[in-house]
Write a protein that binds this ligand. Structure first.
Ligand code: AMP
Length: 182
């Protein structure tokens, strides 16, 4: 993983813990829960799922499934949310396709409020459509249940690099078959 890898305008090379031919997985700047990671196509001009070529799409969903299996095992999750917010009206804030992989648990389950939390992330430069969506209320009915993005603390680069190293090593064991899914 020597080449610079971008998530939208962000340089995220050190946060990447898996890379395939056309895709990669990275640790999140502001995870909703531990183990909330993102799967992204390497090509930056892919904003929407519809922008993937057939070959990229195949590689992308293989990667989503691999990271799904790995994160479920590594974080002992009972379930996972696999979410794509495709377009600003759907809550997308970084104009580069990404799939959220979010561990969920039987205990302390917050149900569908996870989608409010996903919805709270804001990114100032992402076009006026996003602002119009927010102004119009977004997921207005349930917004008060979500923790506002400015109350979630961004992690330091060191924290993210450390997590990426741990996940890279654990994923490598997982791929060798040293770890098994229950
Ligand atoms: P969405 O609202 O679906 O576009 O999700 C954007 C996601 O990107 C959120 O989970 C953010 O925490 C995450 N994010 C934003 N900037 C970065 C970054 N520089 N590195 C890692 N994750 C990021």
């Amino acid at each position: 993983m020597t080449n610079a890898i971008y998530f939208g305008k962000f340089l995220v090379t050190k946060q990447v813990f898996y890379q395939s031919k056309y895709s990669y997985a990275l640790v999140n700047l502001k995870p909703l829960v531990p183990g909330h990671v993102l799967v992204v196509p390497l090509r930056r001009s892919v904003i929407s799922l519809a922008d993937l070529t057939v070959e990229e799409n195949d590689d992308y969903f293989r990667t989503v499934q691999l990271i799904h299996k790995f994160i479920k095992l590594h974080y002992s999750a009972d379930s996972l949310n696999i979410a794509i917010q495709d377009g600003p009206e759907a809550g997308q804030t970084v104009p580069h396709l990404h799939t959220h992989i979010i561990p969920r648990y039987r205990l302390n389950n917050i149900g569908d409020r996870i989608y409010n939390l996903l919805d709270e992330w804001t990114y100032e430069d992402w076009q006026s459509r996003r602002e119009a969506y927010i102004t119009a209320g977004g997921r207005n009915g349930r917004k008060q249940l979500a923790k506002p993005d400015d109350q979630r603390i961004a992690r330091t680069e060191d924290q993210m690099v450390q997590e990426a190293e741990e996940l890279r090593e654990a994923l490598s064991d997982f791929q060798k078959g040293d770890l098994k899914i229950s």
